[in-house]
Design a protein around this ligand. Sequence first.
Ligand SMILES: Cc1cc2nc3c(=O)[nH]c(=O)nc-3n(C[C@H](O)[C@H](O)[C@H](O)COP(=O)(O)O)c2cc1C
Length: 323
Amino acid sequence: MKQRIKTRFTEFFDVSHPIMLAPMDQVSDGHLAAAVSKAGGLGMIGGGYGNQEWLEQAFSQAAGESVGVGFITWSLMRQPELIDLCLDQKPAAFMVSFGDSEIVVAAAKRRNIPTIWQVQRLDMAKQALDAGADVIVVQGQEAGGHGMSRGLVSLLPAVRDLAGNDQIIVAAGGIFDGRGRAGALSLGADGVMLGTRLWASEEANGSDAAKALLVNAKGDDTLRSKVFDVARGVDWPWYFTGRVVGNQFSNQWHNNIGELQQQVEAEQQRYLSSGADDFDTRVLIAGECLDGIQSIKPAKTIIHTMVDEAVDTLNQTRNCIIN
Ligand SMILES: Cc1cc2nc3c(=O)[nH]c(=O)nc-3n(C[C@H](O)[C@H](O)[C@H](O)COP(=O)(O)O)c2cc1C
């Protein structure tokens, strides 16, 4: 590595690089979280909807590395006992996304565990600030997985203006290389959170078929949809959609959600009885940054290359200034 980038994020978490792993449900297991932390970033276990057995396994896979954990709040609140179970593991951070998270932030703060809250709108950023979240992740609509409709380029500086200079802010959505990293810094972020790029890593928990499709699919192939939530019977609040790679199933139903709901039992049955790697039917969650993913690499290579590229980009940008 040539040079490093130091920000409030690296100081606060005592890590080498201002890069964190998104807590991707199923994908971000203990192995991937540990690999990211070992590479100098902040690894996060994807607690997802909440499953005690899976969480215990993930923490034991990551044993010896400092990793955090993140949840889908509205689902976590249906099994609040998981909050203490995770806090007992003394995670490097406790992250919440998608829903009112004040109770969780307060519980983590009582135990001196750093808190991270992912937001999709300016009013949500205000809510996270009022709750005292240590870090706010600003997620743009480019992101893989669930989110909302605002783009990162205007939302991120708006959150910085709202939060003031002392707040630690992380950018998420569409970032896959050093240019995105450097751009996020210019727009007001102290760090970046990577989902799709680290999903396409050697250590990510997923099949070879899924990873091959991540390499072959492009950003244009993705869409934000509710189809797969209906098909999987997951009752997400109506205002969140999920960015996924479009397939035969979404082609059939994306513009016919009402009709899908009328025959939901049969279609859920069809969906659930399809093979795990049948991606004509099954969902492949990924974001617009698929355009920049040409191969599956080790997490360490992804992170270190991104830092080198970001340093180059920042240096080149400096060269544009005429004195
Ligand atoms: C496969 C996948 C699963 C995800 N699962 C979760 C999740 O369980 N909880 C969560 O807060 N965010 C989840 N996300 C969204 C990430 O937190 C993050 O906002 C997003 O990945 C950033 O955009 P990017 O994919 O372009 O890097 C997921 C994203 C992906 C790609």
